[in-house]
Design a binder for this molecule. Sequence first.
Ligand SMILES: [Zn+2]
Length: 290
Amino acid sequence: MNKLPLPEVDDINAIRSVADNHRLRSFPHLKPIVNDLHAGYVQYRLVGGDAETIVPMALEEAVRGFLRGHYDSPPAALSFILRMRNEDQQRICPMCGSKHRYTLDHLLPKEDYPEFAIYSANLVPACKCNTDRGQTVRGNAAGERVLHPYFDECMSGRLIAARFDNLGLIPRISLRILLDPRHRDYAAVTFHVRTVVEKGAILGRIKDCWVDLCRLPKLKIRALEQIPQSVVRLREILEHELAMVDEENRGKNSWDSAFIAGLLDVDVTQWLFERLTAPGRTPNDPLTTI
Ligand SMILES: [Zn+2]
């Protein structure tokens, strides 16, 4: 998960150009609905892409097809779609925090919301988590909806951390929500984490990180090539590593950030310190015996 800046695209101008282009198969079918699409875009921005609030438009089937078709094969006026498809492919997925390669995808699915099929604010770079989510945009309870990387400010903050229980080589691993339950986006964050983030391989990735940490601590936390002198110093080391990983990924909710944030739980830091400083252990020895 990650907050992204809103794309700088003149969507109204783009849709008008497409609707007026008599060389396109969609001509003249989009012309009568340009004002409705414009109003829909304004509404989308006003409510911050809130999937709970946006009501799908009633559009003729042919028009729905033209809009989806223009997303698949963008005419010149929609060249921003091609540009967005090629941007930032090396960065973390703003929807789930994985490091997997991007595709460009729709936050509100184009099957149910074709009116936003070519709207830049509805196009988010994502990994396969967004395909796996399918048509799901909201839950049954109030406030349950997918988060929107262009609008949900809470995505700038740290929202998740790993929780390690039964500490040992293979602990029990879960995800903990860090947001205050009284926060107005708490239901949305919880829904998004359960529906988008946890359905990916995040827990497997965190388990692999833990196993590597136990095998050779400096592999995961560079400063652990030396044995820390105190639990306070270990905490500083972990906080520094977390800040570096956040910086590298330009956000606080990558899978690796969630891993390190979980190491900062007091009981986990204490366990690590005891293992790191076990009598006779050298910096390259494992933390656990297999
Ligand atoms: Zn993803």
